[in-house]
Ligand binder design. Sequence first.
Ligand code: SAH
Ligand code: SF4
Length: 343
Amino acid sequence: MRGVDDPTEMTDLPTDLRDRLARRFAPSRPELIDHRVADDGHTHKLLLRYADGEAIEVVLMLYPKRATVCISTQAGCAMGCPFCATGQAGFRRQLTAGEVVRQVVVCDAALRSGQIGEEQIPRDAPDHVTNVVFMGMGEPLANMDATLATVNWLHDPDGFNLSARGITVSTVGLVPGIRRLADLGLPVTLAVSLHAADDRLRDDLVPINRTHPLADVEQAIVDYRAATNRRVSIEWCLIGDVNDDDDQADRLAAIARRLRSHVNVIPMNPTPGVQWKEPTARRTRAFMARLERGGAQATLRDTRGRDADAACGQLLASYTLGQGSRLPVAVGAAERIDREAST
Ligand code: SAH
Ligand code: SF4
């Protein structure tokens, strides 16, 4: 059988090969420890726990002609962005390529069977995975081997056979990783999480900016585009009274114009232990209008699965809180920005 990752189920292989593979690559089946459903069964958020106790999130988003899986590449994340639930929990460990690939396989198998956990898949959804986004927990370009192996497998006609255009890798802006991804020579969509349009603010919102400042990230985007012929998109998590002012909008519009990038604005999902939140609807509209006036192409993204804690790391965060343990919340940066704003 194809599309399985347990060698004992690979019935199109000879039995002795199956046995040998099973001995070498005994899969550690993750356990489904939580499953949240939102948007009338069109968003499924799964919390999977591996044998060593580490848990990660996978989100399946269903549309009439699209089934997108949002996958995780690390348990936790070392980048420490202060608005992100995964960033708060710190780095736990890298996922192996097999563990990343399996997230897609699990969702694909669910779509083919018409059922995910106890839930029926809505009838209007496709019967297989059509898109994969690396936007779950972790920084894909800080786990380069697993990310490249997964991209190769997703794209390989003998693997998952997905068009490179159906694959999106989201990064916080790790310049060497962007260059290595470009070297792959596949037109994979790259999304860069900018969140701030000058180094002073970005140093706080995206601490890795101190190592890879905006100018270097911009140059890497220009080069990625030249190498792959693909436009790079910019992600902007809109945080009330932090990065939602006219000055940031004007600077962002200038960057987007220079890079010919589309901007995806995502109102911040509340994160346990972090006092920041999304801006008011009025401020959000004003920010979008300002971007447009500045000549940027921008879309305000829906916050799909909000009732399923669907932003990065949030299901794990709420699960952990529900268990009564506290998250090691790093609110230092948040407090600093708030202090500066109020002086
Ligand atoms: N580490 C990568 C990919 C995973 S995060 C990256 O940062 O790009 C995927 C996206 O979710 C990023 O754009 C990130 O900024 C965004 N995100 C994280 N926390 C969020 C929150 N609380 N609300 C909205 N978006 C959030
Ligand atoms: Fe890591 Fe991305 Fe969260 Fe930043 S936003 S802490 S890079 S997962």
